[in-house]
Design a protein around this ligand. Sequence first.
Ligand code: SAM
Length: 277
Amino acid sequence: MTDQSTALQRHYDDDGGQLERVRQALLAAGLKPGEASVADLAPLDHFHTRGSKATVELAELAEIPEGVSVIDVGSGLGGPARYLAEQYGCRVTGVDFSPVFCDLATMLSEYCGMEGHTTFQQGDALELPCANDSFDLAWTFQVQMNIEDKALFYREIFRVLRPGGRLAFQDIFQGDGKSLYFPVPWASDQSMSFLISPEQCRELLKETGFVEVAWRNQRPIIKSEALPAPAPGAPLPVLGVHVVIGEEFITVKRPNSGRAFREGRIEFFQGIFDKPV
Ligand SMILES: C[S@@+](CC[C@H](N)C(=O)[O-])C[C@H]1O[C@@H](n2cnc3c(N)ncnc32)[C@H](O)[C@@H]1O
């Protein structure tokens, strides 16, 4: 493991107490193992801007057929994977760098009876532990901004998709080129954040061999739904990504990212691209 990947892992899952904290939070929310629904877990397990609403919208944009096989690259806590499995009957393989997130995602699938439809495997997006041409859909939600070698990231996704397969993503991009305010939800400092412009990404996808199907700027919708930072000392919700990442997620990291967005330093886009037959 490189110094860079170790630092990133520390950013996401360093403190060792996540599984127990999540169990306790679920108990406090009245959710017992095997008795929760996928929707019950949604406030906690969609680790990206606008949470489960954005997951639902990207899935609609991707026009996912019933029962397809999916790889979720950088699957996090597994919320999107469970949504695709429940809503579209998909069989979803999640791959994430963080062993703790894979354990959490596996545990959360057991909480809502989705363990037969989702699997989570520790692995690197730059060396996916999967055969060529093995998935109908590649899904990746706010992961690319942690990856420096984006050409390899997209080549790996292209490799594991079958001909005619589809890539669906939402990602964070460079805005006006000014620096960010750290920490943000995806990085403690500049060494973990690799933003390119939306146009650079589109060009890279084209060079990789993908054909563009849809490209959607999320600015109008994110702007209209901006979440205020909580008042100092206000109680935090029982379920939320902060249970895993820590309170700083709500009090510092998300507000820093919101400020960068308001000032035009970052942008969010959703994209759908096909691998030609
Ligand atoms: C902001 S979270 C998004 C999680 C999930 N996609 C979601 O939307 O709920 C970013 C995720 O990317 C993962 N990640 C970052 N770099 C990775 C890499 N090189 N390979 C695999 N996963 C990676 C992190 O461990 C983390 O779970």
